[in-house]
Design a protein around this ligand. Sequence first.
Ligand code: NAP
Length: 480
Amino acid sequence: MKKILNYIDGELIEPINGEYLDNFNPSTGKVYSVVPDSDHDDINKAVKAAQIAYNEWSQTSKEYRSEMLLKLANILELHTQEFIEAESKDNGKPETLAAKVDLPRALTNLRFFASAILHDSSEMHDMDGEAINYTLRQPIGVAACISAWNLPIYLLTWKIAPALATGNTVVAKPSEITPMTAYLFSKVCIEAGLPKGVLNIVHGAGKKVGDPLTSHPDVPVVSFTGGTATGQHISSITSPMFKKLSLELGGKNPNIIFDDADFEKSVSFASRAAFTNQGQICLCGSRLFIHEKIYEKFKKALIQKASKLNIGNPRSADSNLGAVVSKDHMNKILSKIKEAEKLGGKILLGGTRKILQGDLKEGYYINPTIIEGLDYKCSINQEEIFGPVVSIIPFKDEEQVITMANSTKYGLSASIFTENISKAHRVAAKIDSGVIWINTWLLRDLRIPFGGMKHSGIGREGGFNSLRFFTEPKNICIKL
Ligand code: NAP
């Protein structure tokens, strides 16, 4: 049985308490490795190592840190295939998806921030000859980087790259459900010669590892990606301690199809937005609003499209969907589908677990599910399900769809499909979401401010926003 280890002070080590948790392969439902069940002792050790490393790392040049990130990317690239297979095995996603999205993006994250740090600049404010002000941006200290299980190596690198580029050291906590690629990445760090203690990765259960990390007095900055309830809990710990906090949380994203949209394109995007990564992307379009004039035609086309999706072995090149991440998560999704039926929803497609053959028969597969007939205010249309489930809702005009789209507590992303450019801009301006796509979905430029409104988060990451987040501005005023 493969044993995952913590990465602390440059070394791969066992948890101090010697305890481990089972790690499952979602495609088979079988335990295939064990992960440290770390606790506050491991966190204390990691924070100490990061604090000591900070003294030197924060004094290194931008060029040095940039080169180190590039080196990590280059070594990670040499191990791409190993990471693709590991990500798929740990998470249940198709290998083709990990190859197309997760790994390329992890490499880009490292390379993007390696470059961004060399191109950043800070402000100067001239007081008309009386004085000048300039702003220094300095690293903060030991950063906690906590990431979710849906895009494990992608989210881990999205956080640690800007944190390290700006001169902070890091204690990262990957999700205990998908620890494997973070573990492999610690080996990449060792191979690259990353100075000890600069990055530390502590594995284990959410509260047992997360609470001692976020509440640690020597961790002044926390970047978190995960569910809204966990974000709320972390905020209740960090706010009274005046820590800098970035929260990238859940979403219940509207996908709006007007009657003048490019039909084929919008059907295709609606299916992708609902079902990619088994619907486990924070940006998935899980509420699909369709103009009443095209509702029936669109519905039929979507059912036809989604029924062609192949749910199967994540290792096969022809699988469009793999397994959802865990048994608990599968049961949660299935119970939400039952709840939808109780609320009067009609299941147009799917709605059930899919049982595969042979080794895969205990795997956590769910058929892509399309539901209609639910009130936009009901729990299914208000709460994130985070599975391959989309609720379709007709609308009659702009005003009505904007009201429905903005009716949830979330505000992460939205997509609008229309060929009328004025309407697209008008509606985009009125939707309460941090990220809005017009005639597309999940098209990302790493320079944009990324994040959510309302209960979808606090702050923005991406581009210079990430560099700002991981630095403390200090104004210096010089009397002339
Ligand atoms: P989660 O349960 O909130 O967990 C996220 C991370 O926080 C995991 O590493 C988890 O560890 C850890 N954690 C749990 N309790 C903690 C605590 N008390 N203190 C510190 N860390 C703690 O979320 P998830 O189920 O992994 O991820 C799904 C959610 O993430 C969805 O809501 C999705 O929308 C959101 N998400 C948002 C974005 C975005 O950019 N806005 C991106 C991806 C995902 P364990 O897993 O070990 O418990």
